[in-house]
Every structure is written in structure tokens, then in C-alpha cells.
Write a protein that binds this ligand. Structure first.
Ligand SMILES: CC(C)(COP(=O)(O)OP(=O)(O)OC[C@H]1O[C@@H](n2cnc3c(N)ncnc32)[C@H](O)[C@@H]1OP(=O)(O)O)[C@@H](O)C(=O)NCCC(=O)NCCS
Length: 166
């Protein structure tokens, strides 16, 4: 499992001990409205996600990281293989008190470098709801380009992507 450090952030695989902080971030109403709400108790949903990410680290060699400042979990960011598309997405979500500081772009830039240079992916995509302008702004800052509208897990979404040469 790989940990990364950027100028202001530590990215490291999520651990069991992160489950409460992760649940508070991921299922904060202002975050969940753009992703999905918990299909069960948020702590149990967080535990299932952390277990899935840990499994992906073992089998695939990558998964989203927890994003930390001063030892506090402020979000998630990283690479996630999506079987429906047989491609790898870059995803991000931050606690609302960490928005507006450039942290998502900083973390995702490190994730793209890891994806293209370390694990040699050819293409990385990102999807979000059409009205999620904050997330699309991150995509554009990173150089991802809109390609098409898709339905992702029954949600109408926009698909952005970037390839290794880009
Ligand atoms: C999507 C999300 C991560 C974007 O967060 P964000 O803070 O807007 O994005 P960044 O971290 O890249 O920060 C960019 C902002 O920080 C500002 N900023 C402040 N200091 C900065 C610095 N040192 N460096 C760079 N940008 C800085 C930028 O000007 C920009 O502000 P603006 O939005 O007013 O133009 C956040 O809205 C979120 O977690 N939403 C809920 C979950 C979600 O939607 N996830 C994506 C689903 S696909």
C-alpha cells in the first residue's frame, strides 16, 4: 500500500481506526448529496467502504486514500476501479470546512501522477452529477475534458477523462 505526501496533505490508505472520521466526512449531508446517502447506519457503511478499499489495495494495488492535514482526516481522494466501465476513476470528497483551499485539486493531481507514472494507467475518468459545478471545476483544473453524458449507478452524470499523453 502506498502513501503520498503533497505540499500540504498526507494521503494514506484508510484504516479501521478512521471509520468514525470517515463516516462523518463521507455522510455529511453536504457531501452525501453529491454522492450517495448511506444505505445503512453511516458507521457500518463507512466500515464497508474501508474494507472494500483495503481489498482493492491488496488485489489491484490502488484505491482511494484518506486525505489528512495535521493528522486529521479531511476527505478522500484517489483512484477507484469501476467494473461497470472497466476503467479507473479519480474521485474526491472533502469535509465542507476543507472546501475552498485547493486541497481536492492538490490531492487529485498527486493521484493522477500516481496513476499515470506509477501504475501506468492509459486513461483516468471522473463522473459527477451535471449540476456539481465544484467537482467539474476540479476536473477542469486538472485537465480532464468532458466527453459525454452517462448513467452511472442509475444517476444521470457527466463523464470527463484524461489520457496519459495529455
Ligand atoms: C468537489 C469538492 C471536493 C471540491 O472542493 P473545492 O474546495 O471546491 O476544490 P479545491 O480543493 O480544488 O479548491 C478550489 C478552491 O480553493 C481556492 N483556493 C484557496 N486557496 C487555494 C490554494 N492555496 N491553492 C489552490 N486553490 C485555492 C480556489 O480559488 C478555489 O476556489 P473557488 O471554488 O472559489 O474558485 C467539494 O466541493 C466536495 O467535497 N463536494 C462534495 C463531494 C463531491 O461532490 N465530490 C465529487 C463527487 S464526483
Amino acid at each position: 500500500m502506498t502513501a503520498l505526501r503533497t505540499e500540504r496533505l498526507n494521503l494514506r490508505p484508510l484504516e479501521w481506526a478512521d471509520r468514525e472520521a470517515y463516516a462523518a466526512m463521507r455522510f455529511h449531508p453536504d457531501v452525501a448529496r453529491w454522492l450517495s446517502v448511506a444505505d445503512r447506519d453511516p458507521l457500518a457503511a463507512a466500515e464497508a467502504t474501508i474494507a472494500r478499499f483495503q481489498s482493492s489495495w491488496k488485489t489491484r494495488g490502488y484505491a482511494p486514500w484518506g486525505v489528512f492535514t495535521d493528522g486529521q482526516l479531511i476527505g478522500q481522494c484517489g483512484l477507484n476501479f469501476v467494473p461497470e466501465f472497466e476503467e479507473t476513476e479519480v474521485l474526491w470528497a472533502l469535509r465542507p470546512d476543507a472546501w475552498g483551499k485547493g486541497y481536492a485539486t492538490e490531492a487529485a493531481r498527486a493521484a493522477l501522477t500516481f496513476g499515470f507514472e506509477t501504475i501506468q494507467l492509459d486513461l483516468i475518468f471522473a463522473v459527477t452529477k451535471p449540476d456539481n459545478t465544484a467537482s467539474q471545476a476540479v476536473m477542469k483544473r486538472l485537465g480532464l475534458v468532458y466527453r459525454r453524458d452517462v448513467v452511472y449507478r442509475e444517476i444521470p452524470s457527466v463523464w470527463f477523462e484524461i489520457s496519459r499523453p495529455q
